[in-house]
Write a protein that binds this ligand. Structure first.
Ligand SMILES: [Zn+2]
Length: 184
C-alpha cells in the first residue's frame, strides 16, 4: 500500500538523520546503519500493531489512531537517539553502536534504559524519600481500645516544631486501629 510505504519511509529517514548525527553510529559502515534504521522502525511498527490489536484499533495506515501510535513510538526513540534533540543524550546511540542491545528490540526498553540521565533525579528523590521513612517497630506495650489486642506497630511522628512533644503513632496489628500517644 502506497500510504504505508510512504509513512514508513518518512520514519526511516527520521532514524537515518538521528544515526548520522551520532558521533559513533555515523562511523559505522553504511549497511550497518541501514540495518539499524530499518530495525528501529520495524520494532516501532510491530509494537504499534501489537498495541492496536490489544485495543481493538484498526492496524492500517489509513487509521488515524494507528498512525498516531506508530508515529509517537518512532518519535520517542528517534528523539532519544538524536544527539541534537532537546534530550542531548548520546546514551541510546552508544548502546546501539556497541551492540548492547538489538535495535529490533528497542521498544522493550524503559525510559530509564534509554536515557538514564533524564530519570536519574526522579530515582534519587525516591531513594531519599524511602530512606526518610521512619522505621516501624513492633511492640506489645500498648493495648488497643478497639479490640483489646496488644500487638501493634509504632513509629515516631515527625513534628514541625522542635519544642513540641514527640508522638508515637500506634497501629493495632489485629484490627488496624490507629492512635497517637505522647512522649513514649
Ligand atoms: Zn485493635
Amino acid at each position: 500500500m502506497a500510504t504505508a510505504d510512504y509513512a514508513r519511509r518518512q520514519m526511516r529517514q527520521v532514524f537515518d538523520r538521528a544515526i548520522l548525527a551520532h558521533p559513533r553510529l555515523s562511523q559505522l559502515p553504511e549497511y550497518v546503519r541501514y540495518n539499524i534504521s530499518r530495525d528501529l522502525e520495524t520494532s516501532c511498527h510491530n509494537s504499534a500493531v501489537r498495541e492496536c490489536i490489544d485495543w481493538h484499533i484498526e492496524c492500517t495506515y489509513g487509521s488515524p489512531a494507528f498512525i498516531s501510535r506508530y508515529s509517537s513510538l518512532c518519535d520517542r526513540y528517534a528523539r532519544n537517539l538524536d544527539v541534537t534533540s532537546s534530550l542531548e543524550s548520546d546514551e541510546l546511540g552508544n548502546m546501539l553502536a556497541t551492540d548492547a542491545f538489538l535495535p529490533s528490540r528497542i521498544t522493550e526498553l524503559s525510559s530509564r534504559d534509554i536515557n538514564p540521565l533524564s530519570t536519574q533525579s526522579d530515582y534519587e528523590e525516591i531513594r531519599i524519600r524511602s530512606e526518610q521513612k521512619t522505621e516501624k517497630k513492633f511492640t506489645k506495650r500498648y493495648k488497643c481500645h478497639a479490640c483489646g489486642a496488644n500487638r501493634a506497630t509504632y513509629e515516631e511522628v515527625q513534628r514541625s516544631a522542635i519544642d513540641e512533644a514527640s508522638h508515637n503513632r500506634i497501629c493495632c496489628l489485629e484490627c488496624g486501629n490507629v492512635w497517637l500517644k505522647t512522649g513514649v
